[in-house]
Design a binder for this molecule. Structure first.
Ligand SMILES: Nc1ncnc2c1ncn2[C@@H]1O[C@H](COP(=O)(O)OP(=O)(O)OP(=O)(O)O)[C@@H](O)[C@H]1O
Length: 233
């Protein structure tokens, strides 16, 4: 199986006093759902922002589908940021049209199907939606692209527990088996069932990157329990 993402020798910090990554090396395979798990401040969002081209490494390289981060990689990466950035006064239908204009790989039918499954009325204005429903819409937009890599920063943080499983199932049934999803979350127990692989990250270091089932079998615990043990304060 070939690698979709290759990060090598990356150094990244903020200003002169804060180093997040000294020498980050990481590869992400094709066709996997990968959990990027680590305590607050471990570097998850910094890594994600470098993958999507919002931050540049000071040293080292990042390649996605063989391309350096730039227009070619951005064309195949679909990104869900931590916070929503949509214009609140748009109707969901207008948002769909905007995504259609912006992204050649946007699948409108898929977006409307997911909305129906998650009970979202496309005629609603975003401003009138609850926080959780806004997050659902944002996730639907991101997952409706036929991308090679989906990068989701805290995808279900504002969604009620009952809806989380449903959302994760909706994602699973709509995503192409050859694509990879990298998602960061603190809601490990809600998400661990869909993870193929986990990456534990602490203070800018990758502590482990393993197959989720293999890790559970090795430790005889859930990923959530292993996380709590590894990162106990
Ligand atoms: N704009 C910034 N300026 C200075 N330091 C920053 C900035 N953004 C992040 N940091 C620092 O970089 C480190 C990594 O932050 P990052 O946001 O990548 O962590 P995270 O793992 O995503 O955390 P969380 O789980 O809390 O979202 C932290 O020590 C953080 O304080």
């Amino acid at each position: 199986m070939s690698n979709l993402v290759e990060v090598s020798g990356v150094k990244k910090g903020y200003g002169i006093s804060k180093t997040v990554f000294e020498n980050l090396n990481l590869t992400l395979p094709e066709g996997k759902i990968i959990g990027l798990l680590g305590p607050n401040g471990s570097g998850k969002t910094t890594l994600i922002k470098m993958l999507v081209g919002l931050l540049q490494p000071e040293k080292g390289s990042i390649r996605i589908c063989g391309h350096a981060v730039g227009p070619e990689s951005k064309a195949v990466v679909s990104y869900l940021p931590e916070r929503t950035y949509f214009n609140e006064y748009l109707k969901i239908r207008q948002l769909v049209n905007m995504f259609k204009d912006f992204y050649a790989d946007f699948d409108e039918a898929r977006a409307y199907d997911m909305m129906q499954l998650l009970n979202i009325d496309p005629n609603m204005t975003l401003k009138k939606l609850s926080k959780g429903n806004k997050e659902k819409v944002q996730l639907i937009m991101v997952m409706s692209r036929r991308a090679r890599l989906y990068v989701l920063d805290e995808p279900i943080a504002g969604v009620d527990p009952a809806a989380r499983d449903y959302i994760m199932q909706t994602i699973l049934t709509n995503y192409d088996e050859k694509a990879t999803i990298l998602l960061s979350t603190h809601l490990i127990s809600d998400i661990e069932n869909i993870l193929d692989e986990v990456i534990f990250i602490k203070e800018g270091e990758i502590l482990c990157q393993k197959d989720a089932d293999a890790l559970r079998a090795e430790k005889g615990q859930s990923i959530d329990e292993i996380f709590r043990e590894v990162f106990r304060c």
